[in-house]
Design a protein. Structure first.
Length: 237
């Protein structure tokens, strides 16, 4: 396998009278088809690292290579285009548009990219919803669905443009136990059977067990992998 994402000396510092270091000197590689979980204590920089890797925030030091291409120096418009074409995002809150059906929410990034004719786009959206067990929810509004169903719609939307990497920030944070287990199964299937590259922040050790590898952060610094096993009792491979 080859690295689809590489961070070199990644650092992010918030300026001010007392500068705050969110992420400090992180170097890592994520391989194609790898499922990586990011864990650590509250305030350790987990989401900050995810936002940097997903090109949602820019580092104050270091660089990020996506498929071997250095993203440093890209304009805001160029970064937005990379995110739309190559990256998918799922957050703790689903961020679905309440006035749009499940299908129309999934089709938002497809229509924005504008590469597929409408019929092919609709077929794509229906295929994704069906694969996530939501074939009968396509015409429903978010308010007519359960929390777990809404989060699965958000996953389908994140996959709509066939991204190189799927990023997720605490995707089970607002879900009950059953819905969390369902989403964990979905992520595991996406990784193992569809060879999706997934990077997710999670506080849940049981969710992290579905991952191939756990990155453990403390105070913005990447820790040796055995610390994740010791402190969270998760398997690291």
């Amino acid at each position: 396998m080859s690295a689809v994402l590489r961070a070199e000396g990644l650092t992010r510092v918030l300026p001010g009278d007392v500068p705050v270091t969110l992420v400090e000197d992180i170097t890592l590689e994520i391989e194609e088809g790898e499922f990586v979980a990011i864990m650590g204590p509250s305030g350790s920089g987990k989401s900050s690292l995810l936002y940097l890797l997903g090109l949602l925030d820019m580092p104050t030091g270091g660089k990020i290579l996506l498929n071997g291409k250095d993203t440093q120096g890209l304009s805001e418009d160029e970064l937005a285009d990379v995110r739309l074409r190559q990256l998918g995002f799922v957050f703790q809150f689903h961020f679905l548009l309440g006035e749009f059906s499940a299908l129309d929410n999934v089709l938002l990034p497809v229509r924005k990219l504008g590469l597929l004719p409408e019929k092919e786009a609709v077929d794509r959206g229906l295929e994704l919803l069906g694969a996530l067990g939501l074939a009968d929810q396509a015409k429903k509004l978010p308010g007519q669905m359960s929390g777990g169903q809404r989060q699965r719609v958000a996953v389908a939307r994140a996959l709509a443009n066939d991204p190189l990497i799927l990023f997720a920030d605490e995707p089970t944070g607002a879900l009950d136990t059953k819905s969390s287990e369902n989403l964990r199964t979905i992520f595991g299937d996406l990784s193992r059977n569809q060879k999706r590259t997934i990077v997710t922040v999670t506080h849940d050790p049981s969710f992290a067990k579905a991952a191939d590898r756990v990155l453990f952060l403390v105070d913005g610094k990447l820790q040796p992998p055995e610390r994740a096993a010791d402190l969270f009792a998760v398997s690291v491979r």
